[in-house]
Ligand binder design. Structure first.
Ligand SMILES: *Cc1c(COP(=O)(O)O)cnc(C)c1O
Length: 222
């Protein structure tokens, strides 16, 4: 049996003030989410649209759901209004679609821009220079129903702690370059980085939102 409440308490106790925890509940059943909920956790992360919608409709309404997976454009409409934060916007096309669907639905959608710094080719996201240009050229000014709240990124999947630290430092410095270049950006203050195996390094490098799954709920069975 996984001690969900005990794991949560240990992590929350180790997180410095000002760092928020997303409990990544993907592939875990509603009962385990309720264990975390009863221990006080209100923010959960899911990576698949159908799974998020099923859980969102059956679990308490005060849960804040973060979408953290690759969002296919044909599924955008389904999650508009059902998430508190889409952490994984990985293309301008997706962002513009989120904006137009949010406008049609009459809601503002909060998002993070996903940046790709890891050495794996398979990870989604904007390259740092691409993302910097997006802001420098003030392309966000065309958005009317989307609030870009910050950036999200993952480090390389490696045991090399120095490499992981470099990746997180690159994400942090990109965020700073953007805010220095576009000082009028408002509410662009979330830096989401760190998972079960690397969140301590991420927090040292400036993360204020960590996304932790297996250290809370145990290993996933895919
Ligand atoms: C699954 C996932 C996590 C959590 O991973 P753990 O190793 O279980 O903590 C964090 N972020 C993203 C984007 C994920 O897909």
């Amino acid at each position: 049996m996984t001690d969900v409440a005990g794991n949560l308490a240990a992590i929350k106790g180790a997180l410095p003030p000002g760092v928020e925890l997303v409990a990544v509940s993907k592939f875990h059943p509603a009962e385990m989410i309720m264990e975390a909920y009863q221990a006080g956790q209100r923010c959960f992360g899911e990576s698949r649209v159908q799974e998020l919608l099923a859980k969102e409709s059956s679990l308490p309404a005060d849960i804040r759901w973060h979408f953290i997976g690759h969002l296919q454009t044909n599924k955008v409409r389904q999650i508009i209004g059902r998430t508190s934060l889409v952490e994984s916007v990985d293309s301008e096309r997706l962002l513009n679609l989120i904006d137009s669907e949010s406008r049609k639905a009459g809601v503002i959608t909060r998002v993070l821009m996903q940046v790709h710094v890891a050495k794996e080719e398979t990870k989604f996201g904007f390259l740092p220079d691409e993302l910097f240009s997006y802001f420098k050229e003030r392309k966000f000014e065309t958005l009317t129903h989307t609030h870009i709240c910050g950036i999200m990124g993952m480090a390389s999947n490696t045991d090399d702690g120095d490499r992981v630290r470099e990746d997180f430092a690159a994400i942090y410095s990109l965020h700073r370059r953007i805010t220095e270049t576009v000082p009028e950006l408002r509410g662009f203050d979330i830096i989401s980085m760190g998972m079960s195996h690397d969140w301590r390094i991420a927090v040292e490098e400036g993360s204020n939102l960590v996304r932790i799954g297996s250290s809370i709920f145990g290993e996933r069975e895919y």
